[in-house]
Design a protein around this ligand. Structure first.
Ligand SMILES: [Zn+2]
Length: 419
């Protein structure tokens, strides 16, 4: 009965352990799965962050190249600006020269006009008009020749004026051309510069976009990594809880077993002590009422032999009785037949609870059908000392002691030793 009860308890505990194990395993594997998925996403994000980094680096490289080009262009522009400035100075000087020439023309014209006198002053066609409308020096001279008043000196003035005017025109035109071409190159460079700045700006926008994407990915990655770390903590906490539960279950099983054992022991002791109160000899007490044999009488309170050593018929079956049976009430004190050492105490088949004592002479005595043990294996006992209590365990029909004397292992008639 005790066995099946214990077994039932153990099965109950086992089933509760396996139930909790299943639920733990489910939640752990769920978390492991989630952790695995998070890890996968995190790896993908890491790859995307790396490729964004590469993109950013290559864009930065492009921008650096463009920056170099812009620097060169800026140097070129600066050089051109210097040239333009030099040309502007040259233009100003030329303009001053032109002004001087014009002043000279003016002066010559006035001098000439004064010298011509009032006679020509009022003529319908101005002298200078003739001079400047001439298509060439020959034409002029042919016209001038018609004007008898023109002197050699006048002719020289006219030529000088005409040359000056041509030089001025040529210089003016040359300067205009230079100004225009400079303006064009300046404009071209400005355009190019603007274009380069625009492309640099667009590259910067791309870099910024890549950086933004990267920081978003980084934030996502950090979130995932934090989730992974939380999951790892939860998993190890679950595993620890699982281990703790298993430990508690083992402890409970051990306690249940110990309690069952203690209960069994207590009931044995209760029977023993209940009976022992009736007995005059207490546990471990030494009785002197052990007779006059070589060995002491093992039941100090009873001399009632119910079965002798030798052949007998028990339940109609002949058998050899290897000891003597001495009857007394349950729990009666059993005394050691001589001083010696307890070498055995265990339930042994038809003997029931059996105790063996090895005596100093080499003889071993057997005490069977006991209700409980008082002495323990290894314990040194004296002659007449209570070592056990009478019972009816094993193959027994009532409370009695089955006592054997063994010499060199062979059973012998105990009555040759006890009286
Ligand atoms: Zn017997």
């Amino acid at each position: 009965m005790g066995y099946s009860k214990k077994r039932f308890l153990a099965m109950l505990l086992l089933s509760s352990i396996s139930l909790s194990t299943v639920s733990f395993a489910d939640s752990i594997s769920e978390m492991e799965n989630k952790k695995h998925l998070n890890q996968k996403s995190a790896d993908e994000l890491k790859n995307s962050i790396n490729s964004l980094e590469q993109e950013k680096n290559s864009l930065s490289g492009d921008v650096a190249v463009i920056d170099e080009e812009i620097k060169k262009l800026e140097a070129q522009i600066s050089e051109l600006m210097k040239q333009i400035s030099a040309l502007e100075i040259a233009i100003k000087e030329t303009e001053e020269e032109i002004k001087k020439l014009e002043d000279n023309i003016d002066k010559n014209q006035k001098e000439f006009e004064e010298r011509l006198g009032a006679m020509y002053k009022n003529s319908q066609v101005g002298y200078l008009d003739i001079v400047f409308s001439s298509s060439g020096i020959d034409d002029l001279l042919s016209k001038a020749s018609t004007m008898k008043f023109i002197t050699e000196y006048d002719k020289e003035i006219i030529n000088n004026l005409k040359n000056d005017k041509l030089v001025i025109d040529a210089k003016k035109s040359e300067l205009d051309g230079q100004k225009l071409s400079l303006e064009i190159s300046k404009q071209t460079l400005d355009n190019k510069n603007a274009e380069l700045y625009a492309s640099k700006a667009s590259k910067l926008v791309l870099i910024e976009e890549a950086a933004n994407k990267q920081s978003i990915s980084q934030a996502e990655l950090e979130k995932l990594e934090s989730e992974i770390s939380t999951l790892e903590k939860s998993i190890s906490a679950e595993k620890a809880a699982q281990a703790e539960d298993a430990r508690k279950a083992r402890e409970q099983a051990a306690q249940a077993k110990a309690q069952a054992q203690a209960k069994a022991n207590t009931s044995n002791r209760q029977v023993a002590s209940a009976v022992s109160t009736k007995s005059s000899v207490g546990a471990g007490e030494i009785s002197t009422n052990v007779g006059n044999g070589t060995l002491g009488w093992p039941v100090p309170s009873s001399r009632n032999i119910t079965s002798n050593y030798g052949y007998r018929t028990l339940f109609g079956v002949p058998e050899f009785h290897m000891g003597v049976d001495i009857a007394a009430p349950l729990g009666t004190a059993i005394a050691s037949a001589d001083s010696g050492t307890v070498i055995y105490s265990a339930y042994t088949g038809s003997y029931g609870n059996l105790m063996k004592v090895q005596h100093d002479s080499g003889i071993v005595t057997y005490y069977a059908h006991l209700s409980s043990y008082v002495a323990s294996v290894g314990e040194r006992v004296s002659k007449g000392q209570t070592i056990a209590r009478m019972g009816s365990t094993g193959n027994s029909t009532g409370s009695h002691l089955h006592f054997e004397v063994r010499v060199n292992g062979a059973h012998t008639n105990p009555l040759n030793y006890i009286q």
